[in-house]
Design a protein around this ligand. Structure first.
Ligand SMILES: [Zn+2]
Ligand SMILES: [Zn+2]
Length: 149
């Protein structure tokens, strides 16, 4: 290979590197807004805030949707309509105070408006041991924990 050819290869390599840099920068610019929209929590929060006047919703543990939990004694389903109610098993003698909720397996949250099982989840899995939000796919009723007492 002559010195001249070597120079040309070096020039090509530099041009190629610049091209790759450019593609990478454009790629980042395209991906950045998609990442934000991809965050399911950000999307849900903003959509709820936009529609607060039209979508029914509640906040706080005292307004938590009715919950069905698993009885740890006999595996029956226990409905706790209000978060402050004692948790009474209809099938056996087991009875738990409302603060034992976190010890029990949560099966479903039920929409207080239309009785549809709700989607629910946690926003801070390492902070709370209870659901922090629930959404009804049927009537769009939305509940947020926000403050836990
Ligand atoms: Zn039971
Ligand atoms: Zn509903």
């Amino acid at each position: 290979m002559t010195d001249d050819a070597g120079d040309r290869v070096a020039t090509l390599r530099r041009a190629l590197t610049r091209g790759v840099d450019l593609v990478t920068r454009i790629g980042e610019r395209l991906v950045a807004p998609l990442r934000t929209a991809d965050d399911p929590n950000a999307f849900r929060l903003s959509s709820v805030e936009t529609h607060t006047t039209t979508i029914d919703g509640d906040t706080g543990w005292g307004h938590r949707p009715p919950a069905t939990v698993r009885c740890p004694e006999c595996a029956a389903e226990i409905l706790q309509a209000d978060a402050r109610d004692p948790i009474d098993c209809p099938a056996c003698a087991a009875e738990f105070q409302s603060d034992r909720f976190t010890d029990l397996e949560l099966l479903t949250l039920t929409c207080p408006v239309c009785r549809t099982p709700m989607q629910h989840g946690r926003r801070h899995p390492h902070t709370f041991d209870v659901p922090e939000w629930a959404t009804c796919g049927n009537c769009q009723y939305h509940w947020e924990l926000k403050h836990f007492y």
